[in-house]
Design a protein around this ligand. Structure first.
Ligand SMILES: O=c1ccn([C@H]2C[C@H](O)[C@@H](CO)O2)c(=O)[nH]1
Ligand SMILES: [Zn+2]
Length: 161
């Protein structure tokens, strides 16, 4: 089998199943809001729509989508759009993040987003990231620590103090 670059191969894809680690209703909302948020994408250049939902530590849902620019390097991913919205609304610890693209397979966050997600994760880096395909029939679940091993974080800056 040939894998496309956007397919995640290191983790189990669980078709049509829920995550026992979080309540069904929360899982469902994370998924549905990430799928719906793709409609908010401004992606005339890549035509690659991404939606994201963040579950904050106070159980609020905040959504985002990718926002591109004629100067291509100015593109902001869905994950960072949602994170910036959440943080500037006063939420800086997250419980879970979900993303969804138009692909049949599950795509994973880019390197920059992994680092930014890591900043607002729990100290143990156990926060789950759910990667849904287009219709939500498949997802991959990985923790921040799994997606970004040996990461650099806020505590590393403290070692010089
Ligand atoms: O995890 C990802 C990967 C890509 N993109 C966006 C950036 C750009 O707008 C488009 C193509 O890379 O998809 C995201 O929003 N999230
Ligand atoms: Zn990104």
């Amino acid at each position: 089998m040939t894998y496309s670059s956007t397919m995640v191969t290191q983790s189990t894809t669980l078709p049509e199943s829920k995550d026992p680690a979080i309540p069904d209703s929360i899982f469902h909302t994370l998924k549905e809001k990430a799928i719906k948020a793709r409609n908010l994408s401004y992606s005339p250049y890549s035509k690659f729509r991404v939606g994201c939902t963040i579950l904050t530590d106070s159980d609020e849902f905040i959504v985002g989508a990718n926002v591109e620019n004629a100067s291509y390097g100015g593109a902001i991913c869905a994950e960072r759009t949602a994170i910036v919205k959440a943080v500037t609304d006063g939420h800086s610890v997250f419980k879970a993040i979900a993303i969804s693209t138009d692909l049949e397979s599950c795509a994973s966050p880019c390197g920059i987003c992994r680092q930014v997600i890591r900043e607002f994760s729990d100290k143990e880096l156990k926060m789950p990231i759910y990667m849904f395909n287009a219709d939500g029939s498949k997802f991959v679940r990985m923790t921040v620590g799994e997606l970004l091993p040996l990461s650099f974080g806020p505590d590393d800056l403290k070692s010089l103090e």
